[in-house]
Design a protein around this ligand. Structure first.
Ligand code: PMP
Length: 396
C-alpha cells in the first residue's frame, strides 16, 4: 500500500479545506433520469451517461419486472454453462437488429467487452494501435492479451499512418478507435482513420460506448453517422449509457465471430447478466431504434448548454458541441473542486474528472446531457453555473 501514500495525503489535504469529497456522492433517492436527492437536496443530474433517459422508461421497467418474476434474480452461471437464458438470446437478437449485423455477443459489462474482445483478437506477436486517450478498458484489454501496444496522438490521422507504417508488413494489426472520446466529448475523424488503417492492412475495432443511441440515422453510433459501416470490423458498446442498464457487447459480420464464445476468457469465466437486466436492455435497444425525436432534443440540449456556458466565460474542451458530453477545462484541482461543490450546493451534479482519467494537468467538470432534460432545466442549469462560477471568482 505504500505507493498509494502520496494519493492518500493529497486527498486528506484537499478534504481538510472543508470541501465535500467529489468521489463519494450518494444518491439517496432517484426521482427521474434527470433528478435525484443528494444529501437531502433535489438536484439536477448533469453527470450521468443516461443520454437517452431510458432508466425510467415504463416499457423497460415492465420488461425487467416480468423477467424477475419469471426467471428469478440471477443466472448463477457462465454464458457457456447454465447462464444463457432465452433473454440473453433475445438481447443478442435485438442488438443484431439494431446494428444490422450477423453476430452479437453480450458481456456482463462494457469494460469486460473491451477486455475480452481486444485480448482475444490480438495476442502475442500482434500489434494493437490505439489512440493515446483510449478508455481504461481498452488499455487493460491490450495488457491482458499480451500484444505489442503502439499509441498514436489523440485523433491524429497522420500519427496513426506514421506508426502503422513502421510495423512489420505481415504482422497482425488491430486499430482500436472510439466514436466519442468520453473525457473531452470530441469525436474521431473515422473516415480518414479507417482509410489509413485499411491501407496498412489492419483490422478495426470501434468503441461506440458514448455514440450509441445518439449518432447516426439508426442511432448506431458515430461510425454510422460518418458512413463507415462497411469498414469497421468490430463494434463494442455498453448498456450502461444510452441503453440505461448494465452490460456490454460486441457486434460484427466476421464469419468466424461465434468462436469467440469458446475462447474469450472475460466472457467465459464470469456469471452472465441477470434475466431482468437483459430483458430491460433488449426492450430499451428496440425502443432506441425509433428514437429520432429524442435524439433531436438531445442535440438541441447539448448545443444550448455548450453555447450558454461559453457565453458565461467557461473554457470548453471542444469548439462546438460534438456530442452529449460538454467538458469544462480547469487547470488546477482546487478550482475544479470549488466549482464542483458550488454547483452541487446550487442544485446541479456534474462529474469531476482528474488525472489519470484525464491528461496530466487537466481537471474537467464533465457535463453530460440527457434527452429528458427539459428546456426549463437547461435554463436552470445555466443560471446555477453563472452563480457558482461567479461565487468562486472563476468567471466575471
Ligand atoms: N468504453 C468506454 C469508452 C467507456 O467510457 C466505458 C465506461 N465509461 C466503457 C467502455 C465501459 O463500460 P461499462 O460501464 O459498461 O463497463
Amino acid at each position: 500500500m505504500a505507493r498509494f501514500r502520496p494519493l492518500v495525503e493529497e486527498r486528506e489535504a484537499l478534504l481538510a479545506t472543508g470541501v465535500r469529497d467529489p468521489f463519494s456522492i450518494v444518491m439517496t433517492s432517484v426521482l427521474s433520469p434527470t433528478e435525484a436527492i443528494i444529501q437531502g437536496k433535489r438536484t439536477i443530474l448533469l453527470g450521468t451517461y443516461n443520454y437517452m433517459g431510458m432508466t425510467f422508461d415504463p416499457d423497460v421497467i415492465a420488461a425487467g419486472k416480468k423477467a424477475l418474476d419469471e426467471y428469478g434474480a440471477g443466472t448463477t452461471g457462465s454464458r457457456v454453462l447454465n447462464g444463457t437464458y432465452q433473454g440473453h438470446k433475445e438481447c443478442e437478437d435485438a442488438l443484431k437488429e439494431f446494428y444490422g449485423t450477423d453476430h452479437a455477443i453480450v458481456f456482463s459489462t462494457g469494460y469486460q467487452a473491451n477486455l475480452g474482445i481486444i485480448s482475444t483478437l490480438a495476442g502475442k506477436g500482434d500489434y494493437i494501435i490505439l489512440d493515446a486517450d483510449s478508455h481504461a478498458s481498452i488499455y487493460d484489454g491490450c495488457w491482458l492479451g499480451n500484444a505489442e501496444i503502439v499509441r498514436f496522438r489523440h485523433n491524429s490521422v497522420e500519427d496513426l499512418d506514421k506508426r502503422l507504417g513502421r510495423l512489420p508488413r505481415e504482422a497482425g494489426k488491430l486499430v482500436v478507435l472510439e466514436g466519442v472520446y468520453s473525457m473531452f466529448g470530441d469525436v474521431a475523424p473515422l473516415p480518414e482513420m479507417v482509410a489509413v488503417a485499411r491501407k496498412h492492412g489492419a483490422m478495426i475495432l470501434c468503441d461506440e460506448a458514448h455514440g450509441m443511441g445518439f449518432f447516426g440515422a439508426n442511432g448506431r453510433g458515430v461510425y454510422e453517422e460518418m458512413g463507415c459501416e462497411d469498414d469497421i470490423d468490430f463494434v463494442v458498446g455498453t448498456f450502461s449509457k444510452s441503453v440505461g442498464t448494465v452490460g456490454g457487447f460486441c457486434v460484427s459480420n466476421h464469419p468466424d465471430f461465434e468462436v469467440l464464445r469458446l475462447v474469450c476468457r472475460p466472457y467465459i469465466f464470469t456469471a452472465s447478466l441477470p434475466p431482468s437486466v437483459v430483458a430491460t436492455a433488449a426492450t430499451s435497444i428496440r425502443k432506441l431504434m425509433h428514437a429520432s425525436d429524442k435524439r433531436a432534443h438531445l442535440w438541441k440540449n447539448s448545443r444550448r448548454l455548450h453555447a450558454g456556458l461559453r457565453e458565461l466565460g467557461f473554457t470548453i474542451a471542444t469548439e462546438t458541441a460534438q456530442s452529449a458530453i460538454i467538458a469544462i477545462m480547469l487547470s488546477d484541482q482546487e478550482t475544479a473542486v470549488a466549482l464542483w461543490q458550488a454547483l452541487l450546493e446550487g442544485g446541479v451534479y456534474v462529474n469531476l474528472a482528474r488525472p489519470p482519467a484525464t491528461p496530466a494537468g487537466t481537471f474537467l467538470l464533465r457535463c453530460s446531457l440527457c434527452a429528458e432534460h427539459s428546456d426549463a432545466q437547461v435554463d436552470e442549469i445555466l443560471a446555477i453555473f453563472a452563480a457558482a462560477g461567479r461565487a468562486i471568482g472563476h468567471i466575471g
